[in-house]
Design a binder for this molecule. Structure first.
Ligand SMILES: [Zn+2]
Ligand SMILES: [Zn+2]
Length: 110
């Protein structure tokens, strides 16, 4: 039995946030790749969860946009290489949802 290589690798593990030091718990539903408190993430994936990016820089949340189907997306820029990316804001999670207050502190982009 062979499966095609998925573009989305489920990688759900706890980690310590490089920005605020918070011990980020796993998500109850999806792949946790950013801090629920300060929303910072790390540039470690080419595609979500694959851990193929060699950069390893800190992804700084710079803005957000509301998406008709996926609710809110967080916009990031990598502090090391300048790459831009977006991640889905985790609004609902049994363990710890993302901080909506901190999302709203970012610049909205519509
Ligand atoms: Zn944090
Ligand atoms: Zn980078």
């Amino acid at each position: 039995m062979s499966l095609n290589t998925p573009r989305f690798t489920k990688r759900n593990e706890s980690f310590v946030c490089k920005n605020c030091g918070f011990e980020v718990p796993q998500s109850s539903s999806t792949c946790r790749d950013h801090c629920p408190k300060c929303l910072y993430s790390l540039h470690v994936d080419e595609n979500p969860g694959d851990r193929l990016a060699e950069c390893g820089g800190i992804l700084k949340p710079i803005g957000y946009e509301s998406h008709p189907k996926k609710n809110y997306m967080i916009l990031y820029v990598c502090e090391k290489c300048g790459e831009k990316r977006t991640t889905r804001f985790l609004e609902i999670d049994k363990i710890m949802p993302d901080s909506f207050d901190n999302l709203l502190k970012l610049t909205p982009k519509f």
